[in-house]
Write a protein that binds this ligand. Structure first.
Ligand code: NAP
Length: 240
């Protein structure tokens, strides 16, 4: 049984998969969650093949029951939670007059609601870890669009601002109990999510998912006395 355990959402590709791999390398028992079962299964198998201890639960994390299932499966397997990575997210662009209610709801549910529910469902295990070593960590993937709004990505920008606000509130509410919260705010990262823009911005000119994982690893190495509420990742020449 691993001494430390982590849940990573949106772990089937991109940033979440890179963070999960890093946590596996650091010896964490992992529970991976994402939406599409086949894709998640392939990611979980790849990480098991690298020698890591991996549970996986597929589901739409905008759905409360799915969030509960992920946390319950994790508790059952590992009995502890030291790191929670709320990374699953979706962006659907549209000019304001064309925003579809369905797309508004999907982004609110995946990007914001699921994070609130994951905190709530994980509180008991996070509090136990915080009491044990004062260094429980929750990482919430926001975006640079969570600091600076973007035309046509207005709903996405609003949800990612909400992630930053939520993270600040959790910092104030929980850090004295040994539970830190950090919001990650990256510009373009080379993942499936940015396929739509690779005609204009080359993948090599984007941040690598591994760059984000390096930052999370640094957070894990910091002492309980050090809290980093937010990390922005920008690229040369990025307009803020
Ligand atoms: N790439 C960027 O430039 C960039 C920049 C700033 C912030 N971000 C944020 O980084 C996070 C990860 O994105 P990524 O770039 O790594 O893209 P990605 O490779 O497409 O990963 C997105 C992950 O979220 C999962 N997901 C999406 N909707 C879900 C839902 N309703 N329920 C459960 N899982 C769901 C996906 O699973 P399925 O594939 O099965 O849907 C996938 O595992 C997102 O929150 C995104 O907003 C990305």
């Amino acid at each position: 049984m691993a001494d430390r355990a982590a849940i990573v959402t949106g772990a089937s590709s991109g940033i979440g998969l890179a963070i999960a791999r890093m946590l596996g390398q650091q010896g964490y028992g992992l529970t991976l969650a994402a939406r599409r079962p086949d894709k998640l299964e392939a990611a979980a198998e790849a990480l098991r093949g690298e020698g890591f201890d991996v549970e996986h639960v597929a589901g739409n994390l905008g759905d409360e029951e799915a969030v509960k299932q992920v946390v319950a499966a994790h508790r059952e397997r590992y009995g502890r939670l030291d790191v929670l990575v709320n990374n699953a997210g979706v962006g659907i662009g549209a000019p304001v007059a064309d925003i579809q209610t369905k797309h508004l709801d999907i982004q609110l549910a995946t990007n914001v609601r699921s994070i609130v529910l994951f905190y709530r469902e994980s509180m008991e295990m996070l509090r136990a870890a915080g009491a044990e070593h004062r260094n429980a960590l929750v990482v919430n993937t926001s975006s640079l669009r969570g600091k600076f709004g973007q035309a046509w990505l207005s709903v996405y920008s609003a949800t990612k601002h909400a992630v930053v606000g939520w993270t600040q509130a959790m910092h104030k509410e929980l850090s004295a109990d040994g539970i830190k919260s950090t919001a990650l705010c990256p510009a373009f990262v080379d993942t499936p999510m940015t396929e739509f823009v690779k005609g204009q911005v080359a993948a090599d000119d984007m941040i690598r998912p591994e760059d984000i994982a390096i930052a999370v690893r640094a957070l894990l190495e910091m002492s309980p006395a050090c809290i980093v509420p937010e990390i922005q990742f920008i690229r040369p020449g990025d307009a803020l």
